[in-house]
Write a protein that binds this ligand. Structure first.
Ligand code: MG
Length: 454
């Protein structure tokens, strides 16, 4: 159970909290009014995922936006990338997705986008939060109050059309792939089966595609949470399996044996597919696998590393005009030719296209990737001990190359160690990678031992 002060967070990507306790309709309404005041009088696109608190918060948000003089366009239940793209292309001043992404069902959050459909950058966020805390919101007079409209068709159509421009649709359709999906009863529940079946001519075997039902599994799509998808793969004889998180930006992939791929490998396959099609470098966070560096080198491209967090990756992608980017463990693929956001649909299309192009199975494609093993974990520490723990690491590896952009990353001949502290709790996130599982385990155990001794 997280400590109570962590149950509401106003910051990085908007407002997030446990519904009813901290995230209330009154707070959502006030924050939306602040957002409406910030973006100016104009159109704001609002959509949501399938959480039971969604309709309540959507009404509260619409109320705040209308009160500030904005026009509200309700796009209903849609994946976050679909909402972002529509916000960026519909002459809107901004957008909002009401979703707590991969967090448990009792949470909800407001993800905020600017007029380009991108997450607010650090400066925009700070200005908005200042405005919210000052409570000086615009109050539209009767004659200034604008309409609330809806568009449940255009965003999906636009998103799918953009994705399909970057793959050989006929080649995929011709293969009539048998595909298993698990949409966690989330925002992709309707769009994903339609995308695979109607656009890409796949034979779809689906679980958890009822947006009226609760999440049937842990919301984050990781190998440990996707047992039902693996079982469905076996029962249906599918060639590939796809799983999404509740707001449809993250993607996990299973091969034809039902084995769920490591998310870093999914990103590596997507990077390989993208670099075959478009010019530009690759941007990933510091914890993403070195497999990406090898894939990029095969195509003669550079890799830029950023602190962890989608906003950090996206900002650097803009700065270097990147071809593709993402965050391995977080299951995010960001392909700016479609949109500068995490998009599971681009990921699905790329992987099916590679299977169609090469005639290889998903397991064979994964086996062709540079081989690395990773170990990820958390270490609790006492308040006030952080500096000495980090210092101990620096001293222990005097000759290693270090990167201090986000915590400490130590590059060693056999692999790397990345240690970073959580923003909200006294916890260190520890990741190691090496060529073999044994070496990755040894690096991990070595850090734990060092921390115990100091
Ligand atoms: Mg998400």
């Amino acid at each position: 159970m997280p400590r109570r002060e962590h149950l509401l967070k106003i910051g990085v990507s908007g407002v997030r909290g446990v519904v009813g306790e901290f995230l209330t309709p009154a707070l959502a309404c006030a924050f939306a009014q602040a957002f409406g005041t910030y973006v100016g009088v104009g159109r704001v696109v609002v959509g949501r995922d399938t959480r039971s608190s969604g309709p309540m918060l959507q009404h509260a948000v619409a109320c705040g936006l209308l009160a500030s003089g904005c026009e509200v366009v309700d796009v209903g239940i849609l994946p976050t990338p679909t909402i972002q793209m529509f916000a960026g292309s519909s002459r809107a001043q901004g957008g909002m997705a009401i979703t707590a992404s991969h967090n448990p069902p009792e949470y909800n959050a407001l993800k905020l986008f600017n007029s380009r459909g991108l997450f607010l950058n650090q400066y925009e966020r700070e200005e908005l939060i200042d405005l919210y805390h000052q409570s000086e919101f615009r109050n539209a007079t009767n004659s200034e109050i604008r309409r609330a409209t809806s568009d449940f068709e255009t965003p999906t159509r636009q998103h799918i059309a953009r994705v399909l421009k970057h793959v050989d649709v006929e080649r995929i359709r011709g293969r009539r792939f048998r595909v298993a999906i698990d949409c966690v009863n989330g925002a992709g529940s309707v769009m994903t089966p339609a995308f695979l079946r109607d656009e890409l001519n796949c034979e779809v075997h689906a679980i958890s595609i009822d947006p009226k039902q609760p999440f049937p599994r842990e919301a984050e799509p990781r190998p440990e949470t996707l047992g039902d998808l693996s079982a469905l793969m076996g029962a249906s004889g599918s060639s590939v399996g796809f799983a999404q998180d509740p707001d449809g930006d993250r993607l996990a992939v299973a091969d034809e044996t039902g084995r769920v791929l490591d998310n870093d490998d999914v990103l590596a396959l997507a990077v390989d597919a993208a670099l075959r099609r478009v010019k530009g470098d690759v941007v990933v966070n510091l914890t993403t696998s070195s497999a990406i560096d090898e894939i990029a080198a095969r195509h003669g491209r550079a890799v830029h590393r950023t602190p962890v967090g989608e906003a950090n990756v996206v900002e650097t992608m803009q700065a270097v005009n990147a071809a593709i980017g993402g965050e391995g463990a977080n299951g995010g693929i960001i392909f700016p030719a479609v949109h500068l956001c995490r998009d599971s649909y681009t990921g699905m299309a790329f992987l099916l296209d590679r299977m169609a192009e090469t005639g290889e199975s998903m397991s064979a494609l994964a086996a062709g990737l540079p081989r690395y093993s990773r170990k990820l974990g958390k270490v609790a520490y006492e308040h006030g001990r952080l500096a000495s723990l980090m210092q101990a690491l620096e001293t222990h590896f005097p000759d290693a190359r270090m990167d201090r952009l986000d915590g400490l990353k130590i590059m060693l001949p056999q692999g790397w160690i990345h240690v970073r502290s959580s923003n909200t709790e006294p916890i260190l996130r520890l990741a190691t990678e090496a060529r073999s599982e044994t070496e990755a385990e040894e690096l991990f155990a070595g850090v734990l031992k060092l921390f115990e001794e100091c």
